[in-house]
Every structure is written in structure tokens, then in C-alpha cells.
Design a protein around this ligand. Structure first.
Ligand code: AMP
Length: 501
């Protein structure tokens, strides 16, 4: 199992190379000018914290102790946005660990293998006291008033990769080096911790040799950091053993690397492989942690993760008919019926209504991020950017044609997802055409901000076009909710089913 630690300060980044490549393929985005990327910083979601407190993890006895190596884990996710990518070092063991590539009996009808073991949600740990790369002087300036026990953690300037715990005591600031030893963090070479959060927790309970117990953290202003602990996935029952998974051919290219067909417990699965890329490690885990908490028939289901010396794999249910946009383009008008279209629209809306009810904003809803199962049901995928609704982006490349005008200025919400859903409906009814076909990309934002709305695609029912127009209201609050649109689409779907029968 690899070790991940952060040797650097964090800043959010949405322009991961592969995501850009995926978007570049569509040629429908460009870099948002810097003057529209600044955004107010938003505070943490207390609901999430409450859920976290209610969380109970059971540790399967066969997975604790010897089978779990230590994992100092990085503070890498920012509170409001995607994940930090700066200076995150992933120590992957480079000795090769061959993956088994054998054939086995596949259950061709099955699309969702369900591990028998009970699994729990994996949460990101907030680290409000982690200030990243700040100097000793800045730490001392920030730590005021000098109350005994007021503390923060920063990255060590003298020992890159290590940290420094700064604590106020008797009017002065004491700086303790927190170093890595055998992949664990320690201050005194006596007590060792898997990650910073555990270390801080320990010294909050007891001074244990420090000048004083940690009593009050100095929260970082603005973006805060999270840690995602691979071990949490083990404890929560999401780990698949390497030998349980067979890998087959490549079925797609994603943000993190290749997506392979796999076989797990006799059923086909999709396997997202993490490239040996330190930057992506925590984003990958962040995506996985989000998926552990979001379970709905119209969201692509996480089955588990594989950790071995060399790789991490994210195993999801296999969606045999691929992405919706490819499905629409390849089958076209001849093979995609009106009933299929309304079903795709309804299914996607149902998945999004669930995200809305969980206060999660997808932020990259598009037909390319909806997958089609063997039974033609559609499921929303690609939670790489989906985050709690209080998260926002720090700039980078955005899919302009799918993104609501206010979201281009970082105001993402379920209402900006609704805008994207309107575009997705247009994609469904135009059989996968690229939106705004006659407008140069550079002019799209200007036109949209002036109130331009696309015409309905040929043959699009008036009721569906009506939804598109509502979704494209320039005032986000006037856009409908997914909950409401699900009701409308449900009625339309019932009518189509009647007509067809
Ligand atoms: P993603 O990393 O989610 O953007 O996936 C990249 C591509 O891999 C998609 O466009 C699909 O073609 C394929 N893919 C991803 N996940 C699955 C899955 N669960 N089942 C089938 N194909 C998938």
C-alpha cells in the first residue's frame, strides 16, 4: 500500500492535464480569464461535520494491524474547492507488483457486483489549523493574542516535507519540528502518528512533553485543508484485495489515467487506474471518498478500491454502453427513440435530484459524464469535481458551453448544475451535437450573458424545450430545482410510455 504525504502547501486546481485533454477533445472550453476567477471564501459545511461525528466505522478484523502499513497522509483537499496539487509527494513503491491478468467466468448480465462486507462512508478530515507554507515569522504574527495552548501547524521551512507545530506558551511561540520517521509522524521519537490530524488530536488531550497542551487552534483564513487517509477506506470496508480483481482491456481515458474493464467476483467492473502521479493521489481518494457517501440508482456506484505497492485502482460498476454522448452520436436518430431520450433525461435528473438533496454540486454535468448501462439506464458519473455545495473552484479550465454564467465567476450551486442540465437535455435531443453549434467558442459567454438561448433541436418536445429555457434563466434563483424537474419529466415519461404501449 503506497504512502501519500504532502510536502507542500495547497491550492486548488481544476485543470488537471487529463481533464483538460478530455475537454480539449471537445474544443469547447478555454481558460477563464483571471479577473473572473477570484471568489469569496466560504466556510465549512457544518452538516457534513455533524454527519462525520455520527459516523461509526467498523474495522474488519482481517484488515487491521499487519495488513495496513502506516500512512502519513497529506493535508491536501481544500475546504472550498477541488484538491490541492501543489507539492504533494506520493511515495509509491516502485518495485513492480504484477497485476493478475487471467480469464474467469463473467456474469454478462450483471452490472453491479456488490461486496458482501458492510461498508461505511469515508469522510475527509478537516484540518483548519493547517496553514501550509508560511514562515516562522508569519506564524508568530498570526498567533495572537498569545494565549497558552493557541496553536497552528505549518510546513517546515528548514526541513522540506516535515511540519512545524507552533504553540503559544507564556507569551512566546514554541516551534516543534514534526518529522517523518518510518512513514509516521513524530515530535519526540516516542509517540508516532499516521497523520497530522491524529497528532494534533493527541496533543489536544495531553501535553505529553510539550510546553503545554494544545487548547485552541488558530483556523486558517480562506481555503483550508483536508486529509484523506487511504487507511480510512480499509477501515470502512471499501478495500478490494489485488488478487480479487482481474484487469482486462482499456475502455476509456479519464482524468486520472486509463479506465479498464475488470472482473470482480465474477462480474464485469470498470477500473480507474491512478497514474503514478503524486498530484492526483489525493484527488483520486477525494473522488472515492465522495462516492462512498453517494448511493443512488442513477449515480455510478463505487464498488471499492485496490491499493498495492504501485497503484491505486477505483473499482466501479461497469456501464457497458459507455458515455451518453458517444451513445447518442453512434446510434443517432435511427436508433435512439423518443422513449430512450426521455428515459435518459429522467434518469440523469433523478441522479442530480439526489445530489441536490445531499447538497452536493456536480459542477461538470454534461452528456460526456453520464454513462449508459446494459439495460439503457443512465447514471451520472465523474465525481472528480463534485463537491459539497460550499466548495468552489479557483480557476483553471472550465467547460464554457456547459457552465452557467455565474459559475464561470466561481458561483457554483445546484442551480448552476441545473443550467448544465439544460445543456445536457439539448445534447440528448440533438443526438449528441456540440452545443452552440454556430457560435465561436470565444463569443459564447458574451452571447449567453446578453440572454441568447439555443433553439430547440429538431423534434424536441415543447415541454422539454420549456425546461431548457427555465434552466437557462440568467438569474440562478429563478431556475427550477432538480426535484421539480424530476416530477415534470416523470409525467412526460409516463405519457411516452402510454403512447408507445
Ligand atoms: P472518466 O474518467 O469517468 O471521465 O471516464 C473516461 C471514460 O472511460 C468514459 O468516457 C467512459 O468511456 C469510460 N468509463 C468510465 N467509467 C466507466 C464505467 N463505469 N463503465 C464503462 N465505461 C466507463
Amino acid at each position: 500500500m503506497p504512502t501519500y504525504h504532502n510536502a507542500g502547501g495547497g491550492y486548488p486546481n481544476v485543470s488537471a492535464p487529463a481533464r483538460q485533454a478530455k475537454l480539449d477533445g471537445n474544443q469547447n472550453h478555454h481558460t477563464i480569464p483571471s479577473n473572473v476567477t477570484s471568489h469569496p471564501l466560504i466556510q465549512n459545511n457544518t452538516q457534513q461535520q455533524q454527519q462525520q461525528q455520527q459516523q461509526q466505522h467498523s474495522v474488519p478484523s482481517n484488515l487491521i494491524a499487519s495488513s495496513i502499513p502506516s500512512h502519513p497522509v497529506s493535508p491536501t483537499m481544500t475546504m472550498h474547492s477541488s484538491v490541492t496539487t501543489s507539492n504533494i509527494t506520493t511515495h509509491m513503491n516502485t518495485t513492480s507488483s504484477p497485476m493478475i491478468l487471467t480469464s474467469n467466468t463473467i456474469n454478462p448480465g450483471a452490472t453491479t457486483a456488490l461486496p458482501a462486507n458492510p461498508r461505511h462512508e469515508v469522510k475527509l478530515n478537516a484540518m483548519p489549523w493547517f496553514h501550509g507554507k508560511i514562515s516562522r515569522e508569519t506564524a508568530e504574527r498570526l498567533l495572537r493574542p498569545r494565549e497558552d495552548g493557541l496553536f497552528l501547524v505549518r510546513e517546515s521551512t528548514n526541513f522540506p516535507g516535515d511540519y512545524t507545530l507552533c504553540v503559544c506558551y507564556q507569551g512566546r511561540v514554541q516551534h516543534y519540528r514534526v518529522k517523518y520517521k518510518n512513514n509516521q509522524l513524530t515530535i519526540d521519537d516516542e509517540e508516532f502518528f499516521e497523520n497530522l490530524a491524529l497528532l494534533v488530536e493527541h496533543y489536544e488531550q495531553d501535553a505529553d512533553g510539550l510546553c503545554t497542551q494544545l487548547t485552541k487552534s488558530l483556523p486558517k483564513q480562506g481555503k483550508q485543508d483536508f486529509c484523506v487517509d487511504p487507511k480510512a477506506f480499509v477501515e470502512a470496508g471499501w478495500v478490494i484485495q489485488t488478487h480479487e480483481l482481474e484487469l482486462r482491456e482499456c475502455i476509456g481515458k479519464g482524468e486520472f489515467g486509463d479506465v479498464l474493464l475488470g472482473v470482480y467476483r465474477g462480474e464485469r467492473v470498470a477500473v480507474k487506474m491512478l497514474k503514478d502521479n503524486s498530484e492526483a493521489a489525493q484527488r483520486f481518494l477525494a473522488e472515492a471518498s465522495l462516492m462512498t457517501s453517494l448511493i443512488h440508482d442513477n449515480l455510478v456506484k463505487l464498488l471499492g478500491l485496490v491499493f498495492n505497492n504501485q497503484h491505486m485502482y477505483l473499482v466501479t460498476e461497469y456501464m457497458s454502453k459507455g458515455s451518453l454522448v458517444d451513445y447518442l452520436r453512434s446510434r443517432g436518430r435511427l436508433h435512439v427513440s423518443k422513449k430512450d431520450q426521455i428515459n435518459f433525461a429522467y434518469d440523469t435528473c433523478a441522479g442530480m435530484a439526489y445530489l441536490e438533496s445531499r447538497h452536493v454540486v456536480h459542477r461538470d454535468l454534461a452528456a460526456r459524464n453520464v454513462l449508459v448501462a446494459e439495460d439503457n439506464s443512465a447514471k451520472v458519473s465523474d465525481f472528480g469535481l463534485a463537491r459539497d455545495e460550499n466548495f468552489s473552484l479557483d480557476g483553471g479550465k472550465l467547460p464554457i458551453k456547459w457552465t452557467a454564467p455565474e459559475a464561470l465567476k466561481q458561483n457554483f450551486s445546484n442551480k448552476s448544475d441545473m443550467w448544465s442540465f439544460g445543456i445536457l437535455l439539448w445534447e440528448i435531443y440533438s443526438f449528441g451535437r456540440v452545443p452552440y453549434p454556430r457560435i465561436p467558442l470565444a463569443d459564447v459567454v458574451k452571447c449567453v450573458e446578453k440572454g441568447y438561448k439555443m433553439e430547440p433541436p429538431d423534434g424536441c418536445p415543447a415541454e422539454v424545450y420549456d425546461i431548457m429555457k427555465q434552466a437557462w434563466d440568467l438569474q440562478p434563483e429563478k431556475r427550477p430545482s432538480f426535484h421539480d424537474i424530476k416530477v415534470t419529466l416523470g409525467q412526460l415519461r409516463a405519457e411516452y410510455t402510454k403512447v408507445v404501449n
